[in-house]
Design a protein around this ligand. Sequence first.
Ligand code: SAM
Ligand code: SF4
Length: 327
Amino acid sequence: MKDAWGREIDYMRVSITDRCNLRCRYCMPESGLEMKCHEDILSYEEMLEILSVAASLGFRHFRVTGGEPLVRRNVVSFLERLSHVPGVDDLSITTNGILLFDMAEDLKKAGVHRVNISLDTLRPARFAEITRGGDWRRVWMGLERAIEVGFDPVKINVVAARGINDDEWEDFARLTLHMPVHVRFIEIMPLGQGESWADRFVPAREVLGTLMRMGEIRPVHVAGSGPAQYVRLDGAKGSIGVISAISQHFCSDCNRMRLTADGKLSPCLASGEEVDLSSAIRGGADREELIALFERAVLIKPARHCMEPCKKGEGMVSERKMYRLGG
Ligand code: SAM
Ligand code: SF4
């Protein structure tokens, strides 16, 4: 599908739940979260119906996320069914990795091609602090297991944050020397319902500058790299990427659409406009009506987002919640 600005839209991010087994400080509040009730969340059958329409319209890449996607019951069989939908060429997940050790093999068998694991620190105590109690060792075991069962590439998403992990960027880069992982540094976005990390925003170029000082680095191409710029340390098995979603946005190449767990099509992470597929599907809409709603969502996709780095003193609280939109 082509949007009003001539971009080919073929990538669907699907948030299958707004629930999570962690409480990352920049993403969620510690308590008092307003979760969607069970009836508001699309069933897997409803999601598959919507996603098969998407695939018939030319969507080829599907990333399942959340909240934490692996906490939703029967997620493996959902992924397996999704992988068999004609047109679904590329199926991936984004996970915090807590449940990955036990599930990695089944996910691979289900037809998931790629896994992104979010991990902001290599230090267990720091991880527990950032995630409010998460067990770093479980994520690490999950990561090793994902490599072992043959996921390729395995990407690690690191939200670069001043005063939180800026003393670890080089350690993350060094991981790529002996592990076949792609470490991607991400800029903090002014989205979410967590604590304000405005003072912690780091532009991607600063991370790159730090890494450049480590030794010889050259640009590389990584399949499915999307908006990330990749570089590699000499002799490394993996690579390093930086994603400058805020400081140097890549909206002109954006090919994404998002489906929220409660059935809203969101054309842009930063835009308030959504198209309600849930009411349509529950009201008995046929395929043609769903196609018309997809066309509307693609047409209202804005040319670019207007997010700026979080400003000092401003909260992160936003109508747009990362755990709902799926990052
Ligand atoms: N729970 C899964 C996970 O953490 O990988 C999937 C959902 S999570 C919302 C997806 C990604 O969004 C994670 O890599 C997380 O670090 C990132 N994220 C959440 N809030 C963010 C923010 N305010 N700025 C930048 N990235 C954020
Ligand atoms: Fe959960 Fe992912 Fe948000 Fe962390 S970033 S609280 S793991 S949804």
